[in-house]
Design a protein around this ligand. Structure first.
Ligand code: ATP
Length: 235
């Protein structure tokens, strides 16, 4: 297993958000966590990454207990998170934003990193000299993912990468992510509210409600559960 989350609890101040989340992410898989607004999906990724400190439970990455390690140590071990809202530097060029993604590696391997990103996202290569703020929403999301790839992760976690994108663009992002799994061997853990496209490519799906996993299984199994169909697929 690439990642094992056991009985994870976390929150903010007095407010508990995660109530004992169990999750397994197989190496080389595309795992998707679905759930409504406020279910705790962002908090789950933050707690796994260590941006939010877990209260109880464990996070095990490649057999190592990393529960209380700070985020930068996790990045160095091969975990990375593409946060919600992209957080790019709009006044810097595409390539400058990418190079900053190699900061955690002390800017080692920048050339190889750029080569990888431009192979996966040829559109970023075309626009490498353009300011990030002038890119379209879909291109900005590609750049956010590309910047995360510059730390050469093995486990790439993504917080709602399709947010704010038209359905066609969202589907394109999902296809690109599936390529990262298929061609680069990356493991993907993505949280989403909006899912039809993600489901076509996912290997495993977890459904989260009010800080708990309520259903899990392969996408066809999960999508066949009537309540889930109605709530998440608009069927
Ligand atoms: P969304 O789709 O809106 O991102 P989510 O499933 O990712 O939803 P979280 O963002 O994890 O859910 O939020 C879970 C709960 O924690 C919500 O009630 C939210 O208001 C609260 N929360 C999130 N971030 C903070 C914070 N920094 N401080 C206090 N409360 C927070």
């Amino acid at each position: 297993m690439e990642l094992v989350v056991e009985r994870l609890e976390a929150g903010y101040g007095e407010m508990q958000v995660l109530w004992g989340v169990d999750l397994k992410v197989e190496k080389g898989s595309f795992t998707v966590v679905l759930g409504p607004n406020g279910a705790g999906k962002t908090t789950l990724l933050r707690a796994i990454m260590g941006v939010v400190r877990p209260w109880r439970g464990r996070v095990v990455y490649r057999g190592v207990d990393v529960t209380s390690l700070p985020p930068h140590r996790k990045v160095a071990m091969g975990m990375t998170l593409v946060p919600e809202g992209r957080r790019l530097f709009p006044e810097l060029t595409v390539e400058e934003n990418l190079v900053l993604g190699a900061y955690s590696r002390g800017f080692k391997g920048v050339e190889e990193g750029l080569e990888l990103v431009y192979r996966v996202f040829p559109r970023l290569k075309e626009r490498r000299g353009q300011k990030a703020g002038t890119l379209s929403g879909g291109e900005q999301q590609m750049l956010a993912i590309g910047r995360a790839l510059m730390s050469r992760p093995r486990l790439l976690m993504l917080d709602e990468p399709s947010q704010g994108l038209a359905p066609k663009l969202a589907a394109e992002i999902i296809e690109l992510l599936a390529r990262l799994r298929d061609e680069e061997g990356l493991t993907l853990l993505m949280v989403e509210q909006n899912v039809a496209a993600a489901l076509r490519r996912a290997d495993m799906v977890y459904v989260m409600e009010q800080g708990r996993i309520v259903v899990s299984g392969p996408p066809d199994k999960v999508a066949s559960i009537e309540d889930i169909r109605r709530a998440y697929f608009g069927l």
